[in-house]
Structure formats: structure tokens, C-alpha cells
Design a protein around this ligand. Structure first.
Ligand SMILES: Cc1cc2nc3c(=O)[nH]c(=O)nc-3n(C[C@H](O)[C@H](O)[C@H](O)COP(=O)(O)OP(=O)(O)OC[C@H]3O[C@@H](n4cnc5c(N)ncnc54)[C@H](O)[C@@H]3O)c2cc1C
Length: 406
């Protein structure tokens, strides 16, 4: 009897998991059920080169359909609405029931929506799927006004790209500073300076209370009474993990679907990978939920191994990136809980620097802007828990190579 793996969702985790299943010896059926009408695609370009139409949908597709056909990985378009663990089947919104032997939840995350007056007006958009960007593209016109709600990475990436395309760009951030949740003040100041130099207007401490217009948005109104004219609004205020299927099925969920180091959920026949999971990270000695391509890819490999009866433990240093203008930010590790930072390079005048985050004399994370060598160094130092003196990291007369030999 042939066994069947069903994977729910067709994002980055699935792109890896499905391929790894074949690489690791799964010879039986693999079916991907996805509510997006596309093969797995690269999501990061959505706020970058796909937004600017430099890249097409075909460019975004991670692997062509011929690859999946050759590897007998099948796709079914549809939304999964429930899991019956006792019967080992899933149900789609059209009523179709599909049996599985192993099930992988790769449902990712969805945008956090804001529900304020005018939120249904035309011209108010979010940015998560190809379809979202296709909805935004007609409004991307030189000299038109875009207001971006949220000064996180996705909002700032979109701001950079839309500015480059000739739009008037305003970013409204509710917190005291942009990137407050994820970086040190030094990094926020750096990006604030760069965006201002590029002509983007950023206001922090702004709480948006309404969108105003007849059928189309014309203005964004804030709680302090300030108003910003807009032809287009992009809301980027974070994401929520898609855990409802798991909750309804009675799986353990706690800020993400709880998985062990082999991506197994509390049901031995169900695995989970990517943005929707919460896993234990040995380097930081705590449970975390990550929203990043490298994590989705690594967990895809790990989940595939578990399905094939192999053990590939997930034990990676989290890392991320963000592209804005000519700046490539590479982030090694998690800075949460840091007690001080040191800087290599000049964040006040240049477009290249590295900020190292320390906790109790240990390097725990680094934000490296146009500094690939420092990024590689940081990954090594943090993952290997090597001691490094902050003053040596700051000293540019000591090369990265020398620091690696310390
Ligand atoms: C604009 C943008 C820019 C980004 N830039 C970066 C970047 O520069 N670097 C980086 O590391 N990360 C970036 N990310 C984050 C990265 O894209 C995610 O971490 C990654 O996509 C997670 O992969 P995933 O497979 O877990 O989930 P996803 O890629 O979200 O895929 C999940 C899929 O499951 C589908 N699905 C959910 N529920 C169901 C259901 N019930 N039935 C059927 N299908 C379902 C969803 O529609 C989706 O297609 C960016 C994200 C966005 C939106």
C-alpha cells in the first residue's frame, strides 16, 4: 500500500520539504494543497523587485512545474478547513476529503489587519501574497502619494522601492522609532537618516485612526488630528501565524504550532514547518517563533527527514535579511534581551556599519549593513558561543580574518 504525505500551504517551507522528501528517500505519494494559485514562490521580492515590476511571477517561482512533475509532487488548489486526526484526513472548503498518512502544516502567517473607519476603501492594501502586489501595482505612479502604515522591515522596503519609482512616500510608525521591536536605537537612527536623505518622510509616534475618502482613500487621519493625503495606503503592521487548523484539531499551540526539534507536533503523524511553528532554539535556550525564509527552509528539511524516519535535528542560528536602496542588511541571531551594543564603522555618516548586541559579555546578535564579512563572522561567533571582546569588534584596524582567529 502506498503511503501519502499531504502538505498544507505552498510557501518556502513547502518548497524545501517537498523536495527534501524525495532527496531523503520518500518514494510514495506527495500532495501539496494550497490556497494560492501558484507554485511555491519567493516571497521576499514582493516588497522589492516584484513591486517594481522588475521581476515577473515566473521569476518568483522557486522551481518550475517540470521539476515537480519529474519528482511526482502533486498540487491541488484549495483551502483546507479542518483536520480529522482520528480518521487521518483533511477537508477542503469545497467539501473534498483527502486521506493522509503523514500531514505537514506549512501554513505560514497572514497579515495583521487594522479595523478602523475607512479600512474597506479602495486603495488600502496589505502586502503578503502575489495577489496583494498585483492589486497595488496600478497605483504605483510617479508623483502619486503613498502612505505606509508601519515602519518595520516590509514597510521600509516598500518605502524604498516606491520612492525609487518616483512616488511621494510617507511612513507612519506608531512606536517612538522605526524598527523598534527588532533593533537597537542606533540601527533605527541609521535607517531614519538614510530614508530621510532619500526623500522619504517618516513620522513616529503616529497612531492611525481612520482612512477617509468616498470610494477611494484620499486621506489618512491620526489620533493627534494630523492628516496625510494618500492615493495609496500600504499597511504593514506585522503578521499572525496561521494556527487555526492546528488549534481546532487539538494540537498544542502556543504562539505558533508547538514542535519539537524534529518538527513533530503533539500528534506523531503531523509535522509543522515555517512561520506557523514555535520551536526550541538551543543556542538561545528558549522557545521562539521565527518569520524568515532561512528558518522555513531549515524546518522544511528537518520535517522531511522526520517523515522519512531519519533524524535531522533543527539547530540553526536564526538569520534574516532586508534590502533597502543599496543597503543589504544581514542579521545574525536574535537581539532580544541585549544589554549593550557596540558599533564597527560609522552609522552616522556612512552607508555601511555593523552593530553587535551583547548580553552579559556574550555576543548574541549582529546587524550588518553592507558588511558581509562581519555577518559571516558574527554567525560563527554566536553559533560557537565564542568569547570576543567588544573593543576588538569596534576596532576597524583589526581585520575580520584576525577576529576569526581570536
Ligand atoms: C513582502 C515580504 C517580504 C519579506 N522579506 C523577507 C526577507 O527579505 N527575508 C526573509 O528571510 N523573510 C522575508 N519575508 C518573510 C518570509 O517570506 C516568510 O518567513 C516565509 O514566506 C515563510 O514561509 P512559510 O512557508 O512558513 O509560509 P508562507 O510563505 O507564508 O506560505 C504559507 C502558504 O500557506 C497557505 N495557506 C495557509 N493556510 C492555508 C490553508 N488552510 N489551506 C491552504 N493553504 C493555506 C498560504 O496562503 C501560503 O501560500 C518576507 C515576507 C513578506 C510578505
Amino acid at each position: 500500500m502506498k503511503q501519502k504525505v499531504i502538505i498544507i500551504g505552498a510557501g518556502h517551507a513547502t518548497a524545501q520539504l517537498s523536495v527534501s522528501l524525495r532527496q531523503q528517500g520518500w518514494a510514495d505519494d506527495v500532495l501539496v494543497v494550497s490556497d494560492e494559485p501558484h507554485l511555491p514562490y519567493h516571497r521576499p521580492p514582493l516588497s522589492k523587485t516584484f513591486l517594481s515590476q522588475e521581476k515577473t511571477i515566473d521569476d518568483l517561482i522557486i522551481r518550475p512545474s517540470a521539476f515537480y512533475q519529474k519528482n511526482q509532487i502533486q498540487f491541488q488548489h484549495g483551502r483546507v478547513v479542518s483536520i480529522n486526526r482520528a480518521q487521518k484526513n483533511i477537508q477542503l472548503s469545497d467539501g473534498l476529503i483527502l486521506d493522509y498518512d503523514k500531514l505537514a502544516l506549512c501554513t505560514g502567517s497572514r497579515v495583521r489587519k487594522i479595523s478602523i473607519a475607512g479600512c474597506e476603501l479602495e486603495g488600502v492594501h496589505y502586502l503578503r501574497h502575489i495577489a496583494d502586489v498585483i492589486g497595488i501595482q496600478p497605483y504605483v505612479q510617479r508623483d502619486k502619494r503613498v502612505v505606509i502604515i508601519g515602519g518595520g522591515y516590509i514597510g521600509l522596503e516598500a518605502a524604498a522601492m516606491l520612492k525609487k519609482l518616483g512616488m511621494h512616500v510617507v511612513v507612519l510608525e506608531m512606536a517612538e522609532r522605526i524598527l523598534q521591536r527588532v533593533t537597537a536605537p542606533e540601527v533605527s537612527e541609521f535607517y531614519m537618516r538614510i530614508h530621510t536623505e532619500e526623500g522619504v518622510v517618516i513620522h513616529s509616534g503616529k497612531s492611525v485612526t481612520a482612512f477617509v475618502g468616498n470610494t477611494h482613500v484620499q486621506q489618512v487621519v491620526c489620533s493627534d488630528g494630523s492628516e496625510f493625503p494618500a492615493d495609496l495606503v500600504i499597511v504593514g503592521v506585522g503578521v499572525l501565524p496561521n494556527v487555526e487548523l492546528a488549534v481546532d484539531a487539538g494540537l498544542e499551540v502556543n504562539n505558533g504550532i508547538v514542535v519539537d526539534r524534529f518538527c513533530r507536533t503533539s500528534d506523531e503523524n503531523i509535522l509543522a514547518a515555517g512561520d506557523c511553528t514555535n520551536h526550541f532554539n538551543q543556542i538561545y535556550n528558549r522557545r521562539i517563533r521565527l518569520e524568515s525564509v532561512p528558518n522555513a527552509t531549515e524546518q522544511g528539511k528537518t520535517a522531511a527527514a522526520a517523515i522519512c524516519g531519519l533524524s535531522h535535528e533543527q539547530n540553526n542560528l536564526p538569520w534574516f535579511w532586508s534590502d533597502q536602496y543599496d543597503l543589504k542588511l544581514q542579521i545574525a541571531g536574535l537581539s532580544e534581551g541585549y544589554d549593550h551594543v557596540v558599533m564597527r564603522g560609522d552609522a552616522h555618516t556612512s552607508r555601511s556599519c555593523a552593530i553587535f548586541y551583547f548580553k552579559e559579555a556574550h555576543l548574541i546578535a549582529a546587524d550588518c549593513i553592507n558588511r558581509p564579512q562581519e555577518f559571516m563572522l558574527s554567525k560563527r561567533l554566536i553559533a560557537e558561543k565564542r568569547k570576543v571582546h567588544p573593543s576588538r569588534l569596534m576596532d576597524e584596524s583589526i581585520s575580520v580574518k584576525e577576529l576569526l582567529l581570536d
